[in-house]
Write a protein that binds this ligand. Sequence first.
Ligand SMILES: *Cc1c(COP(=O)(O)O)cnc(C)c1O
Length: 221
Amino acid sequence: MTGAPDPALVERLTEARHAIDARLTAAGATPGTVQVIAVSKTHPAATVAAAMAAGFTDFGESYATEFAAKAAELAEQPPRWHFIGQLQTNKVRVVAPFVDVYQSVDRPSLVSELEKRAPGAAVLVQVNLAGAAGRGGVSFDDAPGLIETARAAGLVVTGVMGVAPLGGPDVTTSAFRRLRSLCDAEGLADCSMGMSDDLEIAVAEGSTMVRIGSAIFGPRG
Ligand SMILES: *Cc1c(COP(=O)(O)O)cnc(C)c1O
């Protein structure tokens, strides 16, 4: 990456940062207690650089190949990178040089691969809040076992992550409440829940980390 970020973009992203802070405060968050992860998937490295100039420090990415190319461009002055998407085991090698926190650890095979390629990595265990087993998270029932497996593999489990299932505010509220209970039961610090459309509910239910894409960067293409 060369050149200073576009001033107009930095200004727009600074306004977006203030707007998110205002939403967090209005939702009852004590300032500084809920970390904002700016979800920059599909947006270029130049946009991330502008968002860093606007005061964002932590970024979330979902697509391994896209992420690795972007992170390589920003390698001289990297932000803190959180991997938040489905991660195939054969892509761990590609992202490992850049990832600071793996938020989507959801199965033992991924734990094994991280043990090999990213020993001692900081991870969150992703729980499927829809209740069903399957893609995008371990079931609530299997989460404590996976946390143990990750710890036994030398990974540092700092929290849990979840995406609200479809179904409206009541469904979101009870899903987030259940994730927060798991976080407390496991004695974990990080409870990563809340996105652009449900951050208020997430904060009310005890989120410590919100992952915000479109409300910062606009709609994805
Ligand atoms: C894309 C994504 C987000 C951000 O979604 P927005 O609705 O754009 O805020 C958050 N978390 C995960 C896991 C995502 O994949």
